[in-house]
Structure formats: structure tokens, C-alpha cells
Design a protein around this ligand. Structure first.
Ligand SMILES: [Mg+2]
Length: 254
């Protein structure tokens, strides 16, 4: 876990407060944001690009037909939270090569998101940390396209989710605990904003406050619907738009 430390963090902690948060929540909150289908609508076009490239890659490197390549891609994604893990674990695929090849397209041209995110993040108090199973180059490109990159000095991407030499992406509780320790944030002050029920469930189990974002695609959790995801996640707050977050914090349950 080698995410960059934020300079001046202690100062920021003292100088900001969460507007509208209930009294127990008034202590400094730190927001951990997922990327795909949370900060932007990856289901609109980007997932299709990545899925196609991943299937191509599996077909080529494992020398299997298209159907089998698709089956393995989705199997590993459901089982491990990232197709990469299954390919590394079972087929000794080179992680860096795989990530580069499968995210090699004009990302910025396909980014679709809500309007006004730059203003929203400027007025949302508290530190923001990116927490995504996507690779760093891709994540940075999306953040830049969204014009919110300045707000995310700490970025945890798949490359940084190795513990003792093994990939531990979301929903690994071990990784989440290690990341909190690294960021020096008690779980009670951590808020995870996510579209994935499985990831929220894991975070909630170790004490995070949780926000389920339902406004984008329903690919997560096996493509199940919004109501099902909400029930599975048991989220403290459910939002359809990131713009509902500042007001919703007052109702954020543990
Ligand atoms: Mg997501």
C-alpha cells in the first residue's frame, strides 16, 4: 500500500467540518470514492471498451475461443472483484501488461458524468480519497476528464492493492483496514461512496459509513437492480446523484 500521503492533512482536519452532519458525525469525515459508475457513468460506453479488450486479451494469451474467453473474464470478475486477479492467479498473466493493453483507448472521449462535479467537490468538506479496482493511468485520466483530479491527492488503484505480494482489491477487508491505517483514518470517520453492494457490505462490516450511489449503470453486483443492491448493501445512505451527498450527510447512518 503505497498511496501518496496528503500534505497538510492535520491542518485540513482542523479547519473543515461537514455541513449539516449530525452531532456524532461532526468529527472529521474522510470520503473514499469509487470511480466507475460512481464518479462517472462507466456503463455508458467505457465498460464495453474494457470488456472487449479483456476478452480479446484472454482469447489471445490463453489461446481459447471467444465464448470461453468471455466466460473466464466474467467468472474472475465475479469471484475476485477484478478479472486481473483470476488471470494472475490461475494463468500467470503479467498484470502490468494486461492493464496497459486493456485500457489502451481514448478514455476522455467516452467519459460521461453529472454536470457540476468540480463545484460539488470544491464545496464538499473533508478529505477525498480515490478507491478503485481500476488501474492508475486510467483512473487519473478519468479524474482529469471530470476536472476533479485536484481533490484526489490520495489514489488507491489496483496496482496499490497488494498485500504481502498478493492482489487484494475491493471487497477485501484486509486491504480496507490496511488502507485506513495508511491514511490514519478510524473506520468510524470513513465514508465509502460506491455503486457496488459487495464492496459496501465489506466496508460496513469493518465500521465504514456507507453511501450507495445508484445513479449510473446496474452492471455491478451481477447486474442486479437498484432495489436489490440497496437491500444487499444495507447502506447508511442511498443517493441517485452525487449532488445529493452534502444534504444526505445529515441522514447518514452507520
Ligand atoms: Mg464502481
Amino acid at each position: 500500500m503505497t498511496a501518496p500521503r496528503s500534505r497538510g492533512r492535520a491542518c485540513a482536519r482542523r479547519s473543515t467540518a461537514v455541513a449539516g452532519a449530525s452531532r456524532p458525525a461532526r468529527r472529521r469525515l474522510v470520503f473514499f470514492f469509487d470511480l466507475d459508475d460512481t464518479l462517472h457513468d462507466a456503463s455508458h460506453a467505457i465498460f464495453r471498451q474494457i470488456d472487449t479488450r479483456m476478452t480479446d486479451y484472454v482469447e489471445r494469451h490463453l489461446e481459447v475461443d471467444r465464448g470461453e474467453a468471455n466466460r473466464l473474464r466474467t467468472l474472475y470478475w465475479h469471484r475476485y472483484g477484478a478479472t486481473l486477479l483470476g488471470l494472475v492467479r490461475h494463468h500467470a498473466v503479467d498484470a502490468t501488461h494486461f492493464l496497459r493493453e486493456t485500457h489502451d483507448f481514448d478514455v476522455a472521449a467516452l467519459v460521461r458524468a453529472e454536470r457540476g462535479l468540480t463545484r460539488l467537490f470544491a464545496r464538499l468538506p473533508g478529505r477525498k480519497v480515490l478507491l478503485t479496482n481500476a488501474p492508475m493511468a486510467y483512473a487519473s485520466e478519468v479524474l482529469r476528464a471530470l476536472a476533479v483530479h485536484r481533490h484526489f491527492r490520495s489514489r488507491y488503484t489496483i496496482e496499490k492493492m497488494r498485500l504481502h505480494g498478493t492482489f487484494r482489491p475491493k471487497p477485501s477487508r484486509m486491504m480496507l483496514r490496511a488502507m485506513l491505517a495508511r491514511e490514519r483514518v478510524p473506520a468510524s470517520q470513513a465514508v465509502l461512496v460506491e455503486d457496488s453492494a459487495a464492496n459496501l457490505k465489506a466496508a460496513r462490516a469493518i465500521g465504514f459509513r456507507t453511501v450507495l450511489m445508484t445513479g449510473h449503470g446496474a452492471r455491478m453486483a451481477g447486474g442486479c437492480g437498484c432495489m436489490q443492491r440497496r437491500r444487499v448493501a444495507g447502506a447508511g445512505l442511498v443517493i441517485r446523484s452525487l449532488h445529493q451527498l452534502p444534504q444526505g450527510l445529515a441522514r447518514l447512518r452507520r
